[in-house]
Design a protein around this ligand. Structure first.
Ligand SMILES: [Ca+2]
Ligand SMILES: [Ca+2]
Length: 258
């Protein structure tokens, strides 16, 4: 009787152990849900079919990306892979995997409205807000623009689409200003997941600092609003506050009247 009882207890214990393992196993195998950090290129174009790469964490097994916020928008996943981090930068900042897409955006896609969500076996990612061009004239940054003497001339208003291409890259732009004009100079990067932590400095024609900005409104994106003190050339210098950089370090620099 004692032996029978022991066997019953052991088999019950083994049974409950096995059933708890059965319950745990699917969770242990479940892959973590993806996280989308940013898009390359960072700025998307309404009214165009375009290729873009989403970079983040756990994106290597993504087979579906959902788009919301623009009626008629379509997404096709072209591929996904693990993708190393440049210069041993923290993966939490630059991401360690990518999914490549073809995105067809309607003409009336509104800035701030378009959201992309990557899906893997672990579930949905965050809904990533895509940076969509507005009506400002788009200007591509042109290297070498690393000093006052080689500053890239831009119209105002405009929106420059550029890259802090490597460590200690300095991007300098110049525009003609009028005394008393109130201008707004804004970097759009970190708010759209870009690893760029922008630092902006505005100089006058004599290369004297008018004003500078680093982090504003709880974001590491700088915004300067300045009443120009004099007529003449204004220089805008943008750097990464940590002197980091690379092909993924994209930004949009908006210069317009306040
Ligand atoms: Ca650059
Ligand atoms: Ca900053």
């Amino acid at each position: 009787m004692y032996r029978v009882l022991c066997l019953v207890i052991i088999s019950l214990a083994v049974g409950s152990l096995a059933s708890s393992q059965d319950k745990k196993q699917p969770d242990a195998k479940k892959e973590p849900a993806p996280k989308v950090f940013y898009a390359i290129p960072l700025v998307a174009k309404p009214g165009e079919k375009q290729k873009l790469v989403l970079r983040g964490k756990n994106l290597a097994a993504v087979k579906e990306v959902k788009v919301a916020g623009a009626e008629g928008a379509k997404v096709k996943v072209l591929g996904a892979k693990a993708a190393g981090v440049p210069n041993n930068y923290p993966g939490e900042r630059v991401g360690d995997s990518e999914v490549e897409l073809e995105l067809d955006l309607p003409k009336d896609a509104k800035p701030g409205a378009v959201k992309l969500t990557a899906v893997n076996g672990g579930g949905d990612s965050n809904a990533y807000t895509l940076l969509v061009r507005d009506d400002l004239p788009a200007v591509a940054e042109k290297e070498d623009n690393g000093g006052f003497g080689t500053a890239q001339a831009i119209p105002a208003p405009c929106a420059v689409e550029g890259t802090i291409k490597g460590e200690k890259d300095v991007d300098v732009f110049k525009f003609e200003g009028k005394k008393g004009t109130k201008v707004r100079i804004e970097v759009q990067a970190a708010r759209f997941g870009s690893p760029v932590d922008g630092f902006l400095t505005l100089y006058d024609a004599d290369r004297k600092v008018i004003d500078s900005a680093d982090d504003v409104n709880g974001s590491s994106d700088p915004i300067l609003t300045v009443t120009l003190p004099r007529d003449g050339t204004c220089f805008v210098a943008l750097i990464d506050a940590h002197d980091l950089g690379g092909a993924n370090f994209s930004y949009r620099l908006v210069v317009k009247a306040e």
